[in-house]
Design a protein around this ligand. Sequence first.
Ligand code: AGP
Length: 612
Amino acid sequence: MCGIIGYVGREEAAPILLDGLSRMEYRGYDSAGIAVRSEDAGLQVRKSRGRLQVLSDMVHGGADLKGTLGIGHTRWATHGEPNDINAHPHVSENGKIALVHNGIIENYLELKEHLIKQGVKFQSDTDSEVVAQLLEFHYHECGNMLEAVGRCLRRIEGSYAFGIICADYPNALIAARKDSPLILGYGKDGNFIASDVTAIIKHTRDVVYMDDGEIAVVTADHIDVFDDEMIPVEKTHSHVDWDVSSAEKGGYPHFMLKEIFEQPEAIRKTISPRIRDGRVVLDDLHLSEEYVQGLSRIFIVACGSSYHVGMVSKYTWEKLLRRPVEVCLASEFRYGEPLVDEKSLVIVISQSGETLDTMAAMREAKRLGGRTLAIVNVVGSSIAREADDVLYTWAGPEIAVATTKAYSTQLALMDLVGLYLGDLLGTVSSQEYQAVIEAMGRLPDQMQQVLDHVETIQYHACQYFNHDSIFFIGRNLDYAMGLEGSLKLKEISYIHSEAYASGELKHGTISLIEPGTLVVALGTYAPLFDKAMSNVVEVKARGAEVLAITTERFQEKMEKTADSTVVVPDTHAIVQPSLGVVPLQLFAYYVALQRGCDIDKPRNLAKSVTVE
Ligand code: AGP
């Protein structure tokens, strides 16, 4: 979603801003812009619809815009179509104030009407321009930019991360945040603001995470942070220890493929420190045995692929915990009057830790007295900081919009947490406990085995990429895994696809199966393999072409019925989806490649969805 960068220092700002924006391209955007202040030219603003390259070419890589203070933005349209005018930065009517904004100003129409009555003329359809104009209004009123920002923030409702520069303040940029991420970066030759650490990691690893309601005044040598009453705040610095190369393609044609291949290592990093002497050790989880025994409800709340992890975990946790587990879409949960109380554990899963719906759902759960545990990838993200407990998936930065390694590490971590809770509850036998632990230990190598046979999937993708509609069917854990396989395919190849519980097909959807329809049949869940096979036979009888994913144990049986079969190693049923999902990710990738899609930046999608 939208990306923000700001710089003030001793270097030329424009090339730094463009480079920072390029590192956030993965987030998804439709237009981009920068504003740079110089002594001679005042505020210079350039913006353009389309790829960042268009903007970069327009300003010759930044060489055209002189000045050491500036802000930049990549926009993902919410209010107003993606065009040059609606792109950020937005400039106030007198041309003195430029602003970039992430989030949504909910009362913008009311404020806009008020300003129009004062004679203000608007250029764009955005909610963000309203704030630029409102700032000018208050600046005119009080003559002090910081005070004007404070007055403005008291009037707006909604979510925001702002980067603001003013022609009258040559040495400072102002930042403010509420419900939209913003970090402050301390560099050698200047300081930064950014919505995403990847934008500035090339320049600094010394960062401060802004909290809701805070305002920062950033100069080349100093950063002051204030709370919403303008009282100075002492902030804790964090060191970003990401390897810069993880945000680069490292020889792979796409981030997605690189991240698929990084999965064995990512899983290893996530699980190894948490398995000691054959036991799950979760040092960061502070749930007493008494609390777990007294739990009345367990919710898993998330969006998209993270929700699909929840769907898999519902099956595995109910087996391990012998307790009902409710999986909810965060956007539904937050407004659905959920039955959360003091005895409820609410697990929120989020790669980015910034998904607004998930964050709002978590806050709702806390408001209702529930205890929250976040499974998050991005260290220091908003969800991680607000949850009662947080367990990080150590997947490293995930750049491709379509998640792969974050999904896998979430799944592996959820298996460990399930095992841990099952052990506390006494609902897992010691044999099963040990069997799952052993299977988890084998997982990275077995995953590598699947990746070593990538050419099989490439072959099937070449065979099937021309289909317009693809069904994923399976039972139990295979059904949950199919949800993710279907989403991956939709996201990046734009092929219509649905995932169905095999047994449900005959209640309606089977009417869509006709000669030539491609069905991806998932037959890795051993206890229901024979049932799943009968559904494969059903779709075959109606002319479907079947691409099956199964395990070595069932290969022979499956090959007798399916048109094509991909085989993954056998493992414990609970761990099996972690292996089964890999061919589905690769299939989506190679199908999208055959169709010439923009794999890392699929249309209309954003990496981190920070609006409702
Ligand atoms: C997955 O490929 C998607 N990009 C999307 O569904 C994603 O999983 C969802 O938006 C949730 O994101 P989060 O994990 O960062 O909260």
